[in-house]
Design a protein around this ligand. Sequence first.
Ligand code: GAR
Length: 219
Amino acid sequence: MTDYPLQGDVNPDVNPYLISPPPEIPALPSPLRLGVLASGSGSNFAAIAQAIADDTLNAQIQVLIYNNPDAKVAVRAEKWQIPTVLLNHRRFPHREALDREIVQTLETYEVDWVVMAGWMRVVTPILLAAFPNQVLNIHPSLLPSFKGVRAVEQALAAGVKITGCTVHRVVPEVDSGAILMQAAVPILPGDTVASLQARIQVQEHRIFPPAIALAATMP
Ligand code: GAR
């Protein structure tokens, strides 16, 4: 018998991880028109597409913008028959030029909400001004801990026992905008970057779709 009774959905048989707020997907009056930015494998992109297909997230992915020609996310998008646009950052003189092209593409595809799903570029006020308060990001740590690159490595190196993932609004300072939803992930003895990252990603896929809907229902 514990002196500190547990509250909420933390029964390890039901939910070994703690998610806050609980990931119910709020009802939305009309479908969100999403533009997804991604750089890598696209498992979060797929989780969002799946939530839409399952009718748990009332949204439509208008376009995927990716920056690495070999990114697997493009293959996933084609499978979902979602339009893809490659904007290779190496072909732009500076971040602002890339962001201008991103904004133009998002406007062409009539996007309302910008979702950074493993987008490994720092965005500029050009993108943020075009979509005020409507740019979201997922980060593999419990922000404000371990901002920036290699967040999973940072958590392992720091020796913390619990890390996780965060969905937040994007502001010019990296990984610093208002937090929408977080999931905690314990670090287990013997964890490697790969094993921990894999467990964090399972939680990312759980929180990203409801956090997008949550953002759309908040001022
Ligand atoms: C995700 O784990 C996401 O949190 C991370 O990139 C991964 C992309 O995976 N994002 C960042 O580190 C942003 N700073 P995915 O391509 O399989 O969705």
